[in-house]
Design a protein around this ligand. Sequence first.
Ligand code: ZN
Ligand code: ZN
Length: 235
Amino acid sequence: MESPGGPFTIQDLDLDAPRPDEVLVRITAAGICHTDLSMRQIWPQERLPMVFGHEGASVVEAVGDAVTTVVPGDAVCLTYRSCSSCEQCTTGGPAYCEHAGALNVSGSRPNGSTPLSRPDGTPVYGSFFGQSAFATHCLTYESNTIKVPAELPPIVAAPLGCSVQTGVGTVRNVLRPSPGTALAVFGAGSVGLSAVMAAVAEGCTVVAVDPIAHPCPASPTRNYLAGLQLCGPII
Ligand SMILES: [Zn+2]
Ligand SMILES: [Zn+2]
């Protein structure tokens, strides 16, 4: 993104070689989340140009010397970054990491450096959620680079990084419905459809409300929902 609230444009940029704690990945699919669109509207002008994207599926191409959890060739999905050492991170709450802002939405590494630059050396901001997945390649970290089965289609792996966690977590960790509960889900995008899947798995009767009557025929989620109708009621 070149200008405040402006369109996404395709540019050729240079990407740093991975530092000791970094992973170089090749993006195979990327979801688009409302956070990308809402941050686009409020992103500070002094941190432009900026590369967004935080639901990447990818293949590891290279790792820094300190990285031990993934190796080149691994299929991975990318999620939010966390510090692994604060009280939230060490007590099972990495989504509430005390350093989440600096690690995810500063547009740079915590030390202020940017992983991206124009061919003339001008810095370009990135490291969005420790990734910036609207790209062919990006640098990621152990805490947000999760190995997945190689046979998992990238278009299914990508939304695991944000929208699936959000929708499933809302049902399983917050609402915790008893089997047989009726649950209405407003908005049947990837967050909402993930909530639908979780609620069906919990034995709920689900009402999904969306202005679009039918999922996009090309959507892989449609196939998953078709399968779910076999194991629980969807109205
Ligand atoms: Zn998101
Ligand atoms: Zn932390």
